[in-house]
Design a protein around this ligand. Structure first.
Ligand code: ZN
Length: 135
């Protein structure tokens, strides 16, 4: 098993950041060729997703999050701290993805990238990458 935690400093409240290259570099440090890679965010107001890195689509994704789960709402959690929308968005997005590792590379589809999704930034975040495999 190979494990590495890396930091992401976000600048905006919602930010969709392509982390595919960082993950691939960590996978190379593991020296494993075949196995699986888990990418995990240990925060309740962020997410990890796999999708296409196309500028228009990234904007559409942000717009959809904002319209499906509005900032303002009759949220119970806002009595504790004012970020229920961030938690609920994270609830639907999820905190991890697992990708096959094949011949030393992340076995992603042609149009797939791995994204860290900030939902309550700006903050300092940590992403844990766990590689299970063999040479
Ligand atoms: Zn909260």
């Amino acid at each position: 098993m190979f494990r590495k935690v890396f930091n992401i400093k976000t600048d905006k409240r919602i930010e969709i950041i392509d982390i595919t290259q960082e993950i691939q570099l960590i996978v190379e440090q593991s020296h494993y060729n075949n196995g699986i890679v888990n990418i995990y965010s240990k925060h309740s107001t962020s997410g990890i997703v796999i999708n296409e890195n196309e500028t228009g689509l990234i904007k559409d994704f942000k717009t959809a999050l904002e319209s499906l789960i509005p900032v303002e709402g009759n949220y119970n959690h806002n009595c504790i701290n004012n970020n229920a929308d961030s938690h609920i968005r994270s609830f639907f997005i999820g905190s991890s993805e697992t990708v096959p590792l094949y011949k030393g590379k992340l076995d992603l589809g042609t149009w797939q990238s791995i994204f860290f999704v900030e939902l309550d930034g700006p903050r300092n975040r940590k992403v844990t990458v766990t590689v299970m495999g063999h040479e």
